[in-house]
Design a protein around this ligand. Structure first.
Ligand SMILES: [Zn+2]
Ligand SMILES: [Zn+2]
Length: 195
């Protein structure tokens, strides 16, 4: 139940090499197994015809019910342009300390991202680690280079690394320990009820 599912829900076909690279970066960063899940389902009501973009919040709501049983987190990647009402666009969105996250390649393709696959892969890996970090309970960080710094544009994405800074890494491990403690308590409570 500690695994992460990675799911391509884009309009175009998945790029297997891109997803494989992102998968291995996520595995290295969080020390967890990542399964690529290839469900053919796509969100139906996330498109806003007025904005010609997809609502990332709607997609998150849609994802929550679709998390595979063996996965703790579900990270979806798409190629459609995402928005939340107060912003022109978002690279992605996540449920803080929740189960689901969504990241889009659409804005990561600007500024040489389409012609340079390595650059696109690095950007996508950073945004995927960032949004997953939120699902693990990490908030934004001010440490230059930390993957949890906020990115307003693609230059911000390029300026940061794919790594959690020392503070964020320590916090991730603390949250993990707390989380595991909770699960043990819940398991105890269940066995108490059983007796
Ligand atoms: Zn963020
Ligand atoms: Zn940090």
């Amino acid at each position: 139940m500690r695994d992460i599912s990675l799911w391509w829900i884009g309009a175009d076909a998945a790029d297997g090499r891109l997803l494989a690279s992102v998968r291995s970066v996520i595995e290295r960063t969080f020390g967890r197994t990542v399964h690529v899940w290839s469900g053919r389902d796509r969100p139906v009501d996330a498109f806003d015809p007025r904005r010609q973009q997809h609502s990332s919040t709607r997609i998150l709501q849609w994802l929550v019910d679709r998390r595979p049983e063996d996965a703790q987190k579900l990270l979806a990647v798409t190629d459609v342009d995402l928005f939340i009402p107060i912003l022109t666009f978002v690279f992605g969105e996540a449920q803080l300390d929740g189960a689901a996250a969504i990241v889009s390649t659409a804005r990561l393709r600007t500024n040489h991202g389409t012609s340079n696959l390595r650059l696109l892969t690095a950007r996508l890996a950073k945004e995927c680690v960032h949004e997953l970090g939120h699902t693990f309970g990490l908030i934004h960080c001010d440490q230059p280079g930390c993957v949890m710094t906020r990115s307003v544009n693609v230059l911000d994405v390029d300026a940061k690394t794919v790594l959690l800074c020392g503070d964020c890494w320590a916090r991730y491990q603390d949250l993990e320990r707390e989380g595991r403690g909770d699960h043990e308590q819940r398991a105890d409570a269940n066995s108490d009820r059983g007796r």
